[in-house]
Design a protein around this ligand. Structure first.
Ligand code: MN
Length: 235
């Protein structure tokens, strides 16, 4: 049977006025609000360092929930749905007070995880060369020291949070952050992030966060991090 929209609307007890506002009346341009980005590799691609089930739940459930809850929160300030999430977080004080914490949590969650998937790869690990490699040596003394500082910030982060390598006023810095608090809210540009929420590792590593952190370095996509660094330098 062919679907008759007008008949359906009449039968649903709605009038012509309702039809005029029907979302079916105009072809959809873009989906309203934020959407879950695709994983750039298969969910089992980071095995054995990060297991398939963790990746599936982390991306498909946790990240999806941040996206959904961000869209829900911004329904009351819909002009922000047209802005990149990075712009919203950089200008967090422009978000209405009653939804600000929801945007910090879920907008941060969306931005942080979008970065996280991109800075990992099955062909990861090693050390960065080029301008990023030089900047790391200049700022931290050596790559090993940068790695130790970031691992330390991740292992010692109390409760849920992230360890970040950021560009802040032209300089590389390592910082730990609780929850989904984005470095963008402090005016810093994240170029590498390590998720140390239990949902990122508990199925495989249980309480052994340090083991997860050590393993994670094997999947870091230094080319992607270098690209972010060079883009951030240009502002
Ligand atoms: Mn996470």
């Amino acid at each position: 049977m062919q679907f008759d929209r007008r008949q359906f609307v009449r039968q649903a007890g709605l009038g012509a006025a309702a039809l005029a506002y029907s979302p079916w009346a105009v072809p959809a341009a873009e989906p309203a609000g934020f959407t879950l980005p695709k994983l750039p590799y298969a969910p089992d691609a980071l095995e054995p360092y990060i297991d398939k089930l963790t990746m599936e739940i982390h991306h498909g459930k946790h990240h999806q929930a941040y996206v959904d809850n961000l869209n829900k929160a911004l329904a009351s300030q819909p002009e922000l749905l047209k802005q990149p999430i990075e712009t919203i977080l950089r200008n967090i004080d422009k978000v209405k007070p009653e939804i600000k914490q929801a945007v910090i949590n879920n907008g941060g969650g969306h931005a942080n995880h979008s970065l996280f998937w991109e800075v990992m790869t099955p062909k990861g690990g090693g050390e960065p060369s080029g301008p990023l490699g030089k900047a790391i040596t200049a700022e931290f003394g050596s790559f090993d020291k940068l790695q130790a500082a970031m691992s330390d910030a991740g292992v010692k982060q109390f409760g849920s949070g992230w360890s970040w390598l950021v560009l802040n006023q032209g300089k590389l810095q390592v910082l730990g952050a609780p929850n989904q608090d984005s470095p963008l809210m402090k005016g810093a540009t994240p170029i590498l992030g390590l998720d140390v929420w239990e949902h990122a590792y508990y199925l495989k590593y249980q309480n052994r966060r340090a083991d997860y952190v050590k393993a994670w370095w094997n999947v870091v996509n230094w080319q992607a991090v270098a690209d972010r660094y060079e883009k951030a330098l240009k502002g």
